[in-house]
Design a protein around this ligand. Structure first.
Ligand SMILES: [Cu+2]
Length: 659
């Protein structure tokens, strides 16, 4: 009887499946009592376009996405990693703030990384991440490292993509606030420009117009990256002093413009606010003039001057003075529409595209013309600091009317550019000129797609490299208004995935971000990132990425006491910690080195001790250390925080602290 009850629907199901296979699946339902595809579409009120978009972005269970998107995590201080086209969040990487799941900020190793980004007496519990920058080889993403800036505290972090974790935070010793983090075509430098001018050298200078003009400065920092060590080397880095304008986004030249860098600026008015003193509000004062200055920097030349000893060392970093930069032919300006944001170098390095938020045009500069104008000394004047200003009509290649509030531009593989329009809440697609498009096809707006709403940055596949892809674009929108049910007055941010493979752009999906305001993202084909699934051998220290001398294998676990220090060499594997009892006396320093000796993928353990703020993530093969003072007498359970096995709850032990 029992057997028959199951047999009948089983046979029926099989029959339906067979009929469906023969008659075509589309009209059939998934099983008895279930609706057909047509019925689902009708019941949910979907249009054919929406169904197509859903099918285009659906990634079935067990299948992988085609691309990874590294997005800044805004005020969370972290990095978000998404799969495309599904837009599923795959990972949050702890960077400038502790991230409990990864034990980031709890182990000795990760505390060292976070402390490395703090000056004397500082305790920074967050960061404002804006611009992720993947490492490049020959101007293309190579999938090895990711850099990201902290706008709030002028810091840059280095993330190693072998284990997707942060390895280094460098704090700019001379800057307050920054913008941009872009890498040179072979990742020898990471550029960081200051956002808001500040006294230089750092210190107190009462904020008067005179003091601002004389003693406040911007700084452009070229952090030298040592790829073999996977670290920024401050001793081999340098800064260029620039006028106290507010430097903004930046991009490196490549191919024909290799060796040069470009940075936008705003507030060339040098407004200093003072609303209560009857001065114009900052934003009015800072946009009084019609133009600001595109900074054009010959950084190879700057590096030569630094190597010749022309720089002075300020707080441990070499600084090339503004005067030496001007006299040495390092720094030039070109007028640009006021309040610009993006400065984006076209794939071949031949054009530089600037979006001035208060001008409906994007302004395109030709690098060849810039070089010629420099050679001809075709200057229209100099700024108050003596920086030569290249004559606008000698360097501009085109102005393309794209819409209101052009902000940031990315490229595709067919010579098209995509510019975000903040005020229009749209993306504009337009064509580049020769050699990408010729004659009447060049410099033309070809399509506009509304987005929801107020787009900031956008990202296309490898869209800021020498070889952009062309399939997807992600709009990073600042407002979501009516796109999601409000969850209190703090609204989610809105990422929108757009298909750019055809002539017309098509909106595919919305993804809410309920964490912070992500600014910029970069999209890389999945196969270009070859990360580890397990650490390559047991006992790898995540800070050095080398075998940890304190790692132990099974059978070598031990506890040693030296004076007031108790040191523990522990292993973790399903489903026990060895040792599982630690005895200390009140006031002892306790050092625990834990090695996850598992070799199976995803066999992760955690390690937490009650009331001691101790929390680690131990991926297979990893060794980490925690150090703490046993400052209270008592018996404190410790346990594995990852549900690792059937006996996971039993994966526990006790810390006994004698009075
Ligand atoms: Cu476990």
């Amino acid at each position: 009887m029992r057997r028959h009850r199951w047999l009948i629907p089983g046979i029926l199901g099989l029959a339906v499946a067979l009929v469906a296979a023969v008659a075509g699946r589309w009209g059939a339902s998934a099983g008895p009592g279930q609706p057909t595809l047509q019925e689902v579409i009708r019941a949910r009120g979907l249009t054919p376009d929406q169904v197509l978009a859903a099918v285009q972005t659906y990634v079935p269970p067990g299948k992988y996405d085609e691309y990874l998107m590294f997005s800044s995590g805004g005020q969370s201080g972290q990095v978000l990693v998404y799969g495309l086209p599904s837009m599923r969040l795959l990972r949050v990487i702890g960077v400038f703030a502790p991230e409990p799941w990864q034990g980031y900020g709890f182990s000795k190793e990760s505390r060292e990384i976070l402390a490395g980004g703090e000056g004397k007496g500082e305790s920074l519990a967050w960061g404002d991440t804006h611009h992720p920058a993947l490492s490049e080889t020959k101007g293309e993403y190579d999938g090895q490292y990711l850099f990201i800036n902290d706008k709030a505290n002028a810091r840059i972090a280095v993330i190693d993509l072998r284990d997707f974790s942060t390895k280094q935070i460098v704090r700019n010793p001379n800057a307050y606030s920054n913008h941009g983090a872009v890498v040179s075509p072979d990742t020898d430098y990471v550029l960081e420009a200051t956002q808001y001018a500040a006294p230089f050298p750092p210190g107190y200078r009462a904020l008067s117009q005179e003091a601002y003009n004389q003693h406040y400065r911007g700084l452009v920092t070229f952090w030298r990256f040592d790829r073999a060590r996977g670290r920024i080397d401050p001793a081999r880095s340098f800064q260029i002093e620039v006028p106290p304008y507010w430097q903004d986004l930046a991009d490196f030249g490549r191919l024909e413009s290799d060796g040069w860098a470009f940075i936008n600026s705003f507030n060339t008015e040098r407004a200093i606010g003072g609303t209560l003193d009857k001065q114009p509000p900052m934003e009015i004062g800072a946009s009084a003039r019609d133009v600001d200055y595109l900074h054009i920097i010959n950084y190879r030349r700057a590096a030569e001057l630094v190597a010749q000893g022309r720089a002075r060392t300020v707080n441990g970093i070499k600084v090339l003075s503004l005067r030496d930069a001007v006299e040495g032919g390092v720094l030039y300006f070109a007028p640009e529409p006021k309040s610009p944001h993006g400065v984006d170098v076209a794939p071949r390095g031949d054009y530089i595209v600037v979006g001035g938020k208060l001008d409906p045009n994007v302004t395109v500069y030709s690098f060849r013309k810039i070089q010629q104008a420099v050679r001809d000394r075709a200057f229209s004047g100099r700024d108050p600091y003596g920086v030569p200003i290249l004559a606008f009509d000698r360097v501009v290649a085109a102005q393309v009317k794209v819409g209101l509030g052009p902000l940031h531009t990315q490229f595709d593989d067919r010579g098209n550019a995509y510019t975000s329009l903040f005020l229009d809440s749209a993306v504009a697609k337009w064509t580049l000129g020769e050699p990408y498009h010729r004659g009447g096809d060049a410099w033309k707006l070809v399509d506009t797609l509304p987005v929801q709403y107020n787009i900031g940055h956008l990202a296309t596949v490898m869209g800021d490299t020498a070889r952009p892809g062309g399939k997807y674009l992600v709009a990073l929108n600042k407002w979501s208004v009516d796109q999601y049910r409000n969850v209190g007055p703090l609204f989610p941010q809105n990422l929108q995935l757009i298909d750019i493979s055809g002539e017309k752009m098509r909106l595919l999906s919305n993804t809410p971000v309920g964490l912070a305001e992500p600014h910029l993202a970069q999209i890389i084909p999945l196969e270009r990132v070859t990360s580890w699934a397990v650490y390559p051998q047991v006992g790898i220290n995540p800070l050095t990425m080398q075998p940890d001398p304190q790692a132990v294998t099974a059978g070598k676990e031990r506890i040693e006491r030296r004076g007031r220090t108790v040191e523990v060499w522990m292993t973790a594997m399903r489903s026990h910690f060895t040792p599982d009892r630690i005895r200390a006396k009140k006031g002892d320093t306790v050092i625990i080195h834990i090695t996850n000796i598992e070799r199976a993928k995803d066999a992760i353990h955690g390690f937490a001790i009650d009331r001691h703020n101790i929390n680690l993530s131990l991926e297979p093969g990893k060794t980490e250390t925690v150090i703490f003072t046993a400052d209270r007498a008592g018996v404190f359970p410790f346990y594995c925080t990852e549900f690792c096995s059937a006996l996971h709850l039993e994966m526990a032990g006790y810390l006994e602290v004698e009075p």
